[in-house]
Design a protein around this ligand. Structure first.
Ligand SMILES: O=P(O)(O)OC[C@H]1O[C@H](OP(=O)(O)OP(=O)(O)O)[C@H](O)[C@@H]1O
Ligand SMILES: O=c1cc[nH]c(=O)[nH]1
Ligand SMILES: [Mg+2]
Length: 209
């Protein structure tokens, strides 16, 4: 599937296995989400554009590449996406940060928006949407819709765990968007939770259950 990238790095797979474990506590879970975001971000950002700048080394003056263009914007889907932000800003400290607040209705599983604030202007920025979970895909499709409505064009999405249903829905709705997935799981259950998954990512990051 063009524009869909499923990670196979052993460090990512190892850390995902630890966060799946129901006995992994909030503190360790939060740290691992951040570490996985760093590892996935390293892979997802390998095509960032470069331009040569003049640098004076202690030896001589040279042309050396640096990341070009407007500053990258990382956009977490609240709440759980917040856990991945520091991972991306570790790689790109100058990144701007937008927020999209969405929660999934527990009965209908439809996403509801409660907040949206994006860096302005957004048009020329590389946008990296982050959310640990891609389940039905409803939240991700809505989040990308918002970004595009605000003028965003270059969009990458990163999910630590995805269900096939969500991956296909997001790709179908937004085929231009690059989708990075840490692990593609088996299926959704009757409550639209990912199986085997890791439970509710937001609750596990923030210790709310
Ligand atoms: O693909 P979907 O079926 O839309 O499900 C995925 C969404 O569900 C979770 O958020 P949740 O609604 O639990 O909000 P929270 O982050 O505040 O816990 C998750 O972080 C995604 O945003
Ligand atoms: O399995 C799931 C599905 C949606 N949101 C989560 O946090 N986990
Ligand atoms: Mg949640």
């Amino acid at each position: 599937m063009e524009n869909v990238f499923i990670m196979d790095h052993p460090l990512i797979q190892h850390k995902i296995s630890i966060i799946r474990n129901k006995n992994t506590g909030t503190n360790e879970f939060r740290k691992l989400i951040e570490e996985i975001a760093i590892l996935m971000g390293y892979e997802a950002l390998r095509d960032l554009p470069l331009e040569d700048v003049t640098v004076e080394t202690p030896i001589e003056t040279c042309q050396s590449p640096m990341i070009s263009g407007k500053k990258l914007a990382v956009v977490p889907v609240l709440r759980a996406g917040l856990g991945m932000v520091n991972g991306i800003t570790t790689l790109v400290p100058s990144a701007k940060i937008g927020h999209i607040g969405l929660y999934r209705d527990p009965v209908t599983h439809e996403p509801h928006e409660y907040y949206c604030k994006l860096p302005d202007p957004i048009e020329q920025r590389q946008i990296v949407l982050v959310d640990p979970m891609l389940a039905t895909g409803g939240s991700a499709v809505a989040a990308v819709d918002f970004i595009k409505q605000h003028g965003g064009k270059n969009i990458k999405c990163m999910f630590i765990i995805a269900a096939p249903e969500g991956m296909e829905r997001l790709h179908k709705a937004h085929p231009d968007v690059q989708i990075y997935i840490g692990h593609l799981d088996r299926e959704l259950n009757e409550n639209a939770y990912i199986c085997p998954g890791l439970g509710d990512a937001g609750d596990r990051i923030f210790g709310t259950k």
